[in-house]
Each structure stands twice: as structure tokens, then as C-alpha cells.
Design a protein around this ligand. Structure first.
Ligand SMILES: C[S@@+](CC[C@H](N)C(=O)[O-])C[C@H]1O[C@@H](n2cnc3c(N)ncnc32)[C@H](O)[C@@H]1O
Length: 280
């Protein structure tokens, strides 16, 4: 079940997509992937993050990749459009999933991008139960998932032996203050944040190998500050297009994330790894 914080956080993001497309005079039934890139990438570093993932996962037109926590399908569509691969995306929240389906249809990518509604923690209830992919990707999703044991067991189940994964997410750099904990819980729907050591241990317990953990806090800190500044600099435009309520929701959310990173106890991490090959 999505928490109230998560539901409201993403509700105004979906509203923003349709408002913005309308303001730009786009036909929402027929869109190009580049029309959406400012609006549908719910992670840091926009498509550069996805390009990096594609490169590390060595994706090609013959790849079939699973996107865990697909949001409105931005990562999945971009991968399909740029690299020609097939992507299956799993998304928990119905309104995000519905937007993902509509946008994917409008970009003509529905053959390549298969979107499923459901909770990745309940893998057995999803159409991909029993299926194994050569790679999976997950961008800014695991911070919302406190049950790490089920999460990583499922992450191992959906990967072929020898397959690779790519994660970008938050981690706990230093002990969290009460203000951090409350902000994470109430604004970001994050009730648990592991340290890097805990991440390594959990991935090892789930059987992953060749795990490489990269601290990207120094990359993300200026990025999240810049995002707030760019948004606030266009306050008049955003208020006009989206209304004061949506504008305020975004402004508060962006500021909260900036504050968290500035305080220094929350950081960003990029992790790659592999499921071991079967013994010969
Ligand atoms: C910050 S968004 C990132 C979306 C996407 N990965 C992207 O980069 O654009 C996090 C997404 O994870 C989804 N999510 C959280 N928990 C999930 C779960 N247990 N199963 C599937 N999706 C989940 C949320 O609903 C939300 O859409």
C-alpha cells in the first residue's frame, strides 16, 4: 500500500505533466519521447542517469530489462527509445501507472514497454512472477521500501544467473536527526534508510556478487539545490500553469530534499552488481 505522503507527493507530479503539455499546446494522444523528458524523469540527473545505467548494464536492442518502481514510465520509455531494448516496468501507484500507460501509448512505444501495476514486494501477484530478466534497474525507489529482506530476495528472483543490476538511491551517511527522520517520513515517505555497509550486507545476503558501491552525494547535493533554485526562479510561470497549490507542493518538496542533503546526514548512492553465474 502506498502511504499518504507518497500518494500526495506523486499526485501533483502527474497533474504537472498534463498541465505542462497542455500549456505547450501538445497533442497528448501523440507525443515524442523528447517532449516528456523535462517531466517524466523522477530521479536525479535526468536522462544522464539513465544513459549511465544503460552503459553499465550494457543494454542493446536485444536486451529486456526490468524497471522496478517505474513511476510514470520515463526511464522505461527513454531506454526503449534510445537503446531499442524492451522494458517491463512495475509501479505501485495506480494513478502513476495509468499516466505511464497513456504516455507510453502516445509515444508509440507500447510494443516495447510493458507496464505492470503492483507492489514489487508482492512479486507472486505480478505477471512477471517466475520470469527472469538479464538486467534490472531501480532509480530512487528503494528509499520507499523498508522491508529490505523481501525486496532483495525478489530482486534476486527476477534476475537471470549472470544478470546485472543498477540502483540509484538514498543512504544514511551519518546518524539521522529527528528533523531528518520526520522529513524523510512525512515528505518523502521513507521510513528506513540503510547505511552503505548495511546495503552491502543486504545485497550479499541476497546472493549478489561483484557489488560496487559509489557514493554520489557530492554529485547530488548541488543538483538538488539547483533544482529548487531553477523552480523558484520560474515561480510566476509555474503558478500560472499549475495553480498556487501545485506550485507550493513542488516548492516545499524540492526545498525539503535540498535541506536534507545540505544537513549532510542523507546521501546518494549508485550500486551495480550481478547474480552469480550457475556453476558449470
Ligand atoms: C521517485 S519515483 C521514481 C520513479 C522512476 N524510477 C523514475 O526514476 O522516474 C519512486 C517510485 O517508486 C514507486 N514504488 C515505491 N514502492 C514501490 C513498490 N513496492 N513496488 C513498486 N513501485 C514502488 C513509487 O510509487 C514511485 O512511483
Amino acid at each position: 500500500m502506498a502511504s499518504a505522503a507518497m500518494a500526495s507527493m506523486y499526485q501533483y507530479r502527474v497533474t504537472r505533466i498534463w498541465n505542462e503539455l497542455q500549456a505547450q499546446g501538445k497533442n497528448c494522444q501523440q507525443l515524442l519521447v523528447p517532449d516528456l523528458l523535462e517531466l517524466d524523469q523522477y530521479h536525479y540527473g535526468s536522462t544522464q542517469a539513465v544513459d549511465r545505467a544503460a552503459e553499465r548494464l550494457q543494454l542493446t536492442a536485444t536486451s529486456h530489462v526490468l524497471d522496478i518502481g517505474a513511476g510514470v514510465g520515463g526511464t522505461a520509455r527513454y531506454l526503449a527509445w534510445k537503446y531499442g531494448c524492451r522494458v517491463t516496468g512495475v509501479e505501485l501507484q495506480p494513478h502513476l501507472h495509468e499516466a505511464a500507460v497513456q504516455l507510453t501509448r502516445a509515444t508509440g512505444l507500447a510494443e516495447q514497454v510493458h507496464l505492470l501495476l503492483g507492489d514489487f514486494l508482492h512479486l507472486d501477484q505480478l505477471a512477471i512472477a517466475g520470469q527472469q530478466f538479464q538486467a534490472w534497474i531501480s532509480l530512487l525507489v528503494f528509499l520507499h521500501i523498508a522491508d529490505r529482506s523481501t525486496l532483495f530476495q525478489n530482486c534476486a528472483r527476477v534476475l537471470k544467473p549472470g544478470g546485472h543490476f543498477y540502483i540509484e538511491d538514498y543512504y544514511q551517511r551519518q546518524p539521522l536527526t529527528q528533523a531528518d527522520t520526520e522529513m524523510l517520513e512525512n515528505t518523502l515517505s521513507c521510513s528506513y534508510l540503510p547505511t552503505l555497509e548495511q546495503y552491502r550486507q543486504d545485497l550479499g545476503t541476497a546472493g549478489f556478487t561483484n557489488v560496487v558501491i559509489e557514493d554520489v552525494t557530492q554529485e547530488w547535493r548541488p543538483w538538488v539545490s539547483d533544482r529548487t533554485a531553477r523552480f523558484l526562479a520560474q515561480a510566476d510561470y509555474y503558478t500560472q500553469v499549475h495553480g498556487a497549490e501545485v506550485f507550493q507542493s513542488f516548492a516545499q518538496f524540492y526545498q525539503a530534499v535540498e535541506d536534507l542533503f545540505q544537513r549532510g546526514n542523507v546521501g546518494g548512492v549508485r550500486i551495480t552488481g550481478q547474480r552469480p553465474n550457475l556453476p558449470r
